[in-house]
Design a protein around this ligand. Structure first.
Ligand code: ATP
Ligand code: MG
Length: 549
């Protein structure tokens, strides 16, 4: 049964996320409770100093000094211990989010990249606040307040009643607004996500914005998102400010009630008692107020928790249910790929991209997938990599249905030069090493030679050590393609897919790369997706996707 995702669900998830940090959690509470309670002892000795009974003055002063010192030391330790715990939890969550994103992004149509970034970075960061400041602080505050109340009881019983009423009032008032704070917090995180997505879109698409003279429209869209975010933030902050004012009023009235009560019941004004009660009660209220103030950000935490855990529990379009981890045993057989009666439709669309697609490809041959633009060639490649999943039809590698293979295992056997190349902002050599981490310099140079890339690499200022810029912007489209081909050569998998891998190259270079593919195809299944005549002609077989539409 699907769990209703109410507040309790997210609180449970937040608790689960710290299950490996129980020891640090208990330590954080102990340290924080000591740092919060130390002032009660200091106040006690401070008030004792008012009595000048000779001889023991120095001892009282020394005890006061020691308790103040304990407070300072534990306050320092508190920051260290609680943050060590919360940073650890946040790190774990960030890893889990990234792993999840890795599984869902290739088949995700409903969230923008900016929004994902906001979840992994911004939302997860809010949890640091929750674990270090809200959770630990709340428990430690309860302990410190109990001790404080015991101290008040020890000095004057009636004042205890006033303190308890005041505590109930200042605790209860913000709770009325909790639901509203949660809703506003979630809304605020969502507006933040949308704003972030728009900013990232603008940065990534800056050239298109400039060429298409789209700046005005883009900026007004961005401003609108910014306005919505600010409006929501203002409402969220305003509710916090109102609470603060009411709480301060209650605290002042309480202090007055304690003094009046003392004067009325004792008929006299005992400075030491008044001082003690004043210090104890203000410290209790101050501690509670600080914790409550941090708690007004609970709405924020709730909003972030909802976004993070909804992502972590999002159903994956591609199910990794296969358990075969190796097809190495079949290596003596020739590698082959078979696509049988394959039909595919993207989610939320009503038309199949292709229907009843049938083709096979064997080792030692190059198969060209051809069809007009938009017919589903890249889609076939994505299905082979299992970036998306198919429901109708089958795909076999050496007679093993793809869905029976673990995805990580499948990807050991397939490499793809995608239509849109992404290079990381590091050196060419480091980019190449992504394909084969232990590649030697010589192997990299050979792969680049086979990919017809060594010519331009030698002309770069630092050769293979040249940093390529963000997304490989310092290289031309054709140069990036050749690096991607070199990466595929380095991976040297039995199945290789080239999706328009030479589309940006001139004819002479394309022909040279086609020669390389002819050499590569030995013992391998090579699938090329292409529009260009030269590439189609060099293929051993042509599969026309159009017939499957
Ligand atoms: N993520 C997606 N969600 C929904 N529809 C998609 C998605 N990706 C592609 N499509 C649609 O599927 C169809 C096939 O797209 P695909 O990219 O496979 O075409 P292609 O044959 O590779 O085209 P080209 O030659 O232009 O690269 C297109 O109509 C496209 O709009
Ligand atoms: Mg394509």
């Amino acid at each position: 049964m699907e769990e209703t995702k109410g507040r309790n669900y997210y609180v449970r998830q937040l608790m689960k996320s710290m299950s490996h940090y129980r020891f640090q959690f208990v330590m954080s509470i102990i340290v924080k409770a000591i740092s919060m309670s130390a002032p009660f002892l200091s106040f006690y000795f401070m008030a004792q100093l008012v009595d000048f009974d000779n001889g023991v003055f120095q001892i009282k002063a020394l005890l006061l000094f020691v308790t103040v010192l304990i407070g300072v030391i534990f306050s320092y330790l508190d920051t260290y211990v609680s943050h060590k715990m919360s940073f650890g939890i946040v790190r774990d969550l960030r890893d889990r989010c990234y792993e999840k994103i890795e599984r869902i992004i290739p088949s995700s149509n409903h969230r923008s990249l900016g929004d994902y970034e906001k979840i992994v970075n911004g939302d997860v960061d809010v949890f640091e606040w929750f674990y270090a400041h809200i959770l630990v602080e709340w428990i430690a505050t309860v302990i410190a307040i109990m001790l404080g109340l015991a101290a008040v009881f020890y000095v004057n019983r009636l004042s205890l009643v006033i303190c308890i009423i005041t505590i109930l009032l200042i605790t209860f008032l913000p709770c009325i607004k909790t639901k509203q704070a949660e809703e506003k917090g979630y809304e605020l995180r969502n507006y933040g996500g949308a704003l972030n997505a728009a900013i990232i879109d603008g940065i990534l698409g800056v050239k298109d914005i400039l060429t298409n003279n789209y700046k005005h429209e883009y900026m007004s869209g961005l401003m609108e998102k910014s306005r919505q975010f600010d409006k929501c933030r203002e409402k969220y902050n305003r509710s916090g400010m109102n609470e603060k004012r009411i709480t301060e009023l209650v605290i002042n009235l309480s202090a007055l009630a304690i003094v009046l009560q003392l004067v009325v019941t004792n008929g006299a004004f005992d400075l030491k008692t008044v001082l003690l009660l004043f210090l104890f009660s203000t410290n209790i209220y101050g501690t509670l107020q600080q914790t409550l103030r941090d708690g007004t950000n609970y709405g924020f935490v709730y909003g972030a928790a909802k976004r993070v855990y909804d992502l972590l529990n999002e159903e994956e379009v591609v199910k990794d249910n296969g358990n075969i981890v190796s097809i190495e045993d079949d290596r003596q057989k020739k590698w082959n790929l078979e696509v049988k009666n394959l039909s595919f439709k993207y989610p939320d669309t009503d038309k199949n991209v292709f229907q009843d697609l049938n083709f096979d490809a064997k080792a030692n041959e190059i198969v060209a997938l051809v069809a007009p633009s938009g017919s589903g060639k890249t889609t076939v490649a994505n299905l082979l990599e299992r970036f998306w999943d198919y429901e109708t039809g089958e795909i076999y590698i050496n007679s093993i249905e793809l869905r029976k293979l673990k995805i990580s295992a499948l990807r050991k056997y397939i490499s793809m030069v995608p239509q849109e190349i992404y290079l990381f902002n590091m050196s060419l050599a480091d980019n190449l090493r992504l394909a084969k981490p232990d590649a030697t310099r010589e192997e990299m140079i050979n792969a680049c030679k086979m990919a017809n890339a060594m010519g331009f690499i030698n002309e770069l200022p630092d050769g293979l050590d040249t940093v390529v810029g963000e997304r490989g912007t310092k290289l031309s489209g054709g140069q990036k393609q050749r690096i991607a081909i070199a990466q595929a050569i380095l991976r040297n998998t039995p199945i290789m897919i080239f999706d328009e891998a030479t589309s940006s190259l001139d004819v002479a270079k394309e022909i040279e790369i086609n020669d390389t593919l002819q050499k590569l195809k030995k013992d391998k299944v090579v699938l090329v997706i292409a529009h260009r005549k030269a590439t189609i002609e060099m293929a051993d077989r042509i599969v026309n996707l159009e017939r499957a539409v």
